[in-house]
Design a protein around this ligand. Structure first.
Ligand code: SF4
Length: 275
């Protein structure tokens, strides 16, 4: 079935501001047209290198500059990661995502180890996903050759609001990495976080950036901020459940055959569910 990537901001505004029950109803109809309603995908996400990150994402307890009590942990050993992956598979996950608190991937022994992890998890018959920060096209290709199925790199918020949340990189840096991932033939997992202090129009604009990509991201994680003591956003108000539902329903209508992923900002080891 045909999907669109020429949405305008005003079209998205109209969808987003539809009365909630009507919006849920429309999203459910569209969901049924494109997806098997009796199916969800369970994914497990593991932090393979935790804390000590040089970036300053205002929501993140892993940024070295915030005093959040997160224990810095060096890159895990391959064998240990494969054990976690085996447990995840046993528990019913079909996708295993490995996250490292890096600004960007460097061509060094740590990256070689991650490539080995990707190869190992792929050989276990799981879809492998990584989130490692910025990436060149060459590095994306190496990950793809090792068996990487998806790369997660979120836009976080609208391009207008981005500089309020992160000062150590730009929106364009994000888009460049996403482009490199696409060129390497790896699928894209890309979404954002609500509850960062953004307005409704920022949320709409973020959805617009995602839904007007030449190819929609295969997975669209919609996160709600978990305010963490020590980060600049520690005092933000908890996101209302209905706001999350509104975002997910709008994303479903805009990108009907993609996986809308509901998760929360990860710290160490969690499972997420893809609808
Ligand atoms: S979100 Fe990622 S890049 Fe930003 S500070 Fe946390 S670990 Fe670093």
């Amino acid at each position: 079935m045909h999907t669109r990537n020429n949405w305008t901001i005003s079209e998205i505004e109209n969808i987003y501001h539809t009365p909630l029950l009507e919006l849920i109803y429309k999203a459910a109809i569209i969901h049924r047209e494109y997806n098997n309603t009796g199916q969800v995908q369970v994914c497990t996400l593991l932090s393979i290198k935790t804390g000590g990150c040089p970036e300053d994402c205002s929501y993140c307890p892993q940024a070295a500059r915030y005093n959040t009590g997160v224990d810095v942990q060096a890159l895990m050993k391959k064998e240990e990661v494969l054990e976690y992956a085996a447990r995840a598979k046993e528990a019913g996950s079909t996708r295993f995502c490995m996250g490292a608190a890096w600004r960007e991937v460097r061509d060094n022994k740590d990256f070689d180890r991650v490539l080995e992890m990707v190869k190992g998890v792929n050989e276990m018959g799981l879809e492998v996903c990584c989130t490692l920060g910025m990436l060149t096209e060459e590095q994306a290709k190496r990950l793809g050759d090792a068996g990487l199925y998806a790369y997660n790199h979120n836009l976080d918020t609208s391009s207008d609001y981005y500089s309020e949340i992160i000062h150590t990189r730009t929106y364009d840096d994000r888009l460049q990495t996403l482009d490199n991932v696409r060129k390497a033939g790896v699928t894209v997992c890309c979404g954002g976080i609500i509850g960062l202090g953004e307005t409704h129009i920022d949320r709409i604009k973020m959805l617009h950036s995602l839904a007007t990509m030449a190819e929609h991201p295969e997975s669209v994680p919609i996160n709600a901020l978990v305010p963490i003591e020590g980060t600049p956003l520690a005092k933000n108000t908890k996101v209302d459940t209905w706001d999350m539902i509104r975002m997910i329903a709008t994303a479903r209508i805009l990108m009907p055959n993609r996986r809308c992923v509901l998760w929360q900002v990860p710290i160490l080891f969690l499972q997420e569910i893809n609808y």
